[in-house]
Ligand binder design. Structure first.
Ligand code: NAD
Ligand code: TDX
Length: 339
């Protein structure tokens, strides 16, 4: 059997990084190319266990740099592209929207063009439930693949724009694409600017945990491993042109999440500090993933098992997150929170 070449963009980040490790280990018959610009969110130390594997390669490149991307595709004949690379943090999109348009919209368009030019056999675009906007607090309502796109933040608007381009390349050029839209991920190697790793790292350092507004906003939490199995399934079984929602049915208020972590670490709730709300803060996300379940996907983690595994991972990997929060991150944190 001929070996397949798989290009993973953003494989030095949180979800892309977990996906690269999952694929390198699961498919020794595939060559996995991790293409990443190594922005503040990218880090290669997470790949120490696989970097010497015969089927793992790293390429440093900017997805928005057309010439470089074309030259990489001229050298390697990729079969599949799994596109994770993005600016991913909502708060940063509120203060610096421009880079979100450049990376998430223009970068995706460059990749679509080369995917078309070099006739790849599948392009999986990893998107987010945030493109659907927000739900109210009625627990019987969910985002389906038919929910209209109504993004509220510059981040989600840039992701929705990229989704529309992916759809258009399928409709216009017949490019074999899928779009996945998942809920909030958590798990190993999550960058500590996001709620769960921010809370774990700050509680472990006996520092205040900033909760936006009244803490009643709801997110639907999906363990990153379950997200990886979903993308693997869509890559191999997804019907071209289709969108698949990925979600865990694990809705929690932000305050519940923070209190669960504080209690698991045996610390006091006095660490909670309510701070000014995020601008345009979406109230609630909740995913209906029936379509993907019909394709054969089943999550393995509940929120309880997943959060316990994640807290243990952060306890066992202090050196990883300490190296991250000791650098440039400090300046970001002070600008963002004034705590
Ligand atoms: P992340 O911020 O942890 O990682 C992003 C990666 O992309 C980094 O390694 C970064 O260096 C790289 N990158 C940024 N700009 C680049 C460029 N111009 N060229 C090449 N590489 C570049 O993000 P994440 O949380 O792992 O999210 C991955 C994808 O999943 C994103 O597309 C995001 O929109 C989507 N998503 C994330 C979540 C979540 O909960 N984290 C939920 C839904 C969807
Ligand atoms: O300090 C904080 N305090 C707080 O209350 C931070 C960072 C967040 N929050 C709240 C805001 C959200 O309601 O916690 C919730 C989760 O926030 P984030 O971790 O920033 O995630 P969110 O904005 O929901 O977006 C995430 O999920 C969807 C990812 O960052 C996106 O990339 C993904 O598309």
């Amino acid at each position: 059997m001929t070996r397949k070449k798989v290009l993973v963009t953003g494989g030095a980040g949180f979800i892309g990084g977990n996906f690269v490790q999952y694929m390198v280990n699961k498919y020794p018959q595939y060559d996995i190319y991790n293409l990443d610009l190594l922005t503040y969110a990218g880090d290669l130390t997470k790949h120490r266990d696989i970097e010497l594997n015969d089927n793992y390669y790293f390429v440093k490149a900017d997805i928005a740099d057309r010439e470089t991307i074309i030259s990489i595709f001229e050298k390697e004949k990729f079969n599949y592209i799994i596109h994770f690379a993005a600016e991913s943090h909502v708060d940063r999109s509120i203060t610096e929207p421009e880079i979100f348009v450049r990376t998430n919209v223009l970068g995706t368009q460059v990749l679509l063009d080369v995917a078309k030019q070099f006739e790849i056999t599948k392009f999986v675009h990893v998107s987010t439930d945030e493109v659907y906007g927000e739900l109210d607090f009625d627990p019987t309502t969910f985002f389906t693949e038919e929910t209209p796109l109504q993004p509220n933040s510059p981040y989600s608007a840039s992701k929705a724009s990229s989704d529309l381009l992916v759809r258009a390349y399928h409709e216009t050029f017949g490019l074999p694409v899928n779009i996945t839209r998942c809920s909030n991920n958590y798990g190993p190697f999550h960058f500590p600017e996001k709620l769960i790793p921010l809370t774990i790292s700050r509680v472990l350092n006996a520092q205040k945990v900033p909760v936006y507004g009244d803490g009643k906003n709801i997110r639907d939490w999906l363990h990153v491993f379950d997200h990886c199995t979903a993308i693997d399934l869509v890559l191999h079984e997804g019907e071209n042109g289709e969108v698949y929602n990925v979600g865990g049915h694990n809705e929690r208020t932000n305050l519940d999440v923070v209190k669960t972590i504080i209690s698991a670490l045996g610390k006091s709730e006095d660490l909670i500090e309510f701070v000014q709300d995020r601008l345009g803060h979406d109230k609630r996300y909740a995913i209906d993933s029936n379509k993907l379940q019909k394709l054969g996907w089943k999550p393995t983690y509940t929120f309880e098992t997943g959060i316990a595994q994640t807290i243990k991972w952060y306890l066992d990997h202090k050196e990883w997150w300490e190296q991250i929060i000791s650098g440039d991150y400090q300046n970001y944190f002070e600008r963002q929170y004034y705590l």
